[in-house]
Design a protein. Structure first.
Length: 253
């Protein structure tokens, strides 16, 4: 049902606005997906609870509600809509989405993020995982993957993969039993000289932007791999390094 809401004091709008905060997202089990392309491309498995439209963008996006079967549609003045968004120049559409439940790591390829703190890097890696067909991300002591910044950076691809959060590295290693654990580290073997494993699924471990992979994971790696650097460059952005390694190990089989 389409409703016009013009008051900032509206209880439902207050709840949506609160989803910028991690605690509120956890309490309600809800996330925010912003932007026309992101919302349009949300997978069918993604449960959209409410669609919020800016008045100026109503005609452009109202068909999304019918396409996805969303029964709760809020139309709000542009100024009020901007107060709900995390972006500076919102495109006029926002989806309130049910947070996917945590899942168990299965015997398939997996991306392990070890202390990734930057939402942009997390989101970009999630997008690359989806593109490579890697449907599992194990996040160990990382930024909150449900944040609007992660969703935006992933172009909604955090809903195309299964994210499992753990704060205990020992539990993470246990979850990866049966995987070939490949750590990305500057001192490792040239990744382009290593044949991707076929006997076991791959768990690629990428470390934090500042410190790289933790000693804990380095000590438990089956393989330690590096990307060759030229021109005096010592390192790459975590998301770029993860993307190159993922394509090499998984898509190169």
């Amino acid at each position: 049902m389409e409703r016009l809401v013009t008051s900032a004091a509206n209880a439902e709008l207050k709840k949506i606005r609160s989803l910028k905060d991690k605690d509120a997202r956890r309490e309600y089990g809800l996330m925010i997906a912003e932007g026309g392309r992101t919302v349009t491309d949300l997978p069918d498995t993604c449960v959209v609870r409410t669609l919020v439209l800016a008045e100026s963008a109503r005609d452009e996006f109202i068909r999304l509600a019918d396409r996805r079967g969303v029964k709760d549609v809020l139309v709000v003045p542009d100024k009020l809509f901007r107060s709900l968004c995390d972006t500076v120049t919102p495109s006029g559409v926002l989806a309130v989405v049910a947070t996917p439940p945590p899942a168990r790591i299965t015997a398939n390829d997996c991306m392990v993020l070890d202390g990734i703190s930057d939402p942009g890097n997390f989101g970009t890696i999630a997008r690359t995982c989806a593109a490579c067909g890697v449907e599992q991300i194990l996040a160990v002591n990382c930024t909150d993957w449900t944040s609007p910044k992660v969703v935006r950076a992933s172009m909604g691809c955090v809903f195309r993969v299964s994210v499992t959060e753990l704060n205990d590295p020992d539990a993470a290693v246990s979850a990866l039993s049966g995987h070939e654990v490949c750590v990305l580290d500057m001192k490792g073997e040239d990744i382009f000289r290593v044949k991707p494993g076929k006997e076991r699924p791959t768990a690629l471990v990428v470390g934090s932007e500042a410190h790289g992979v933790s000693p804990f994971f380095r000590a438990r790696a089956d393989k330690t791999l590096s990307l060759p650097m030229r021109g005096g460059v010592e390192s790459l952005n975590a998301a770029i390094a993860a993307s190159v390694a993922l394509y090499t190990l998984v898509c190169g089989r």
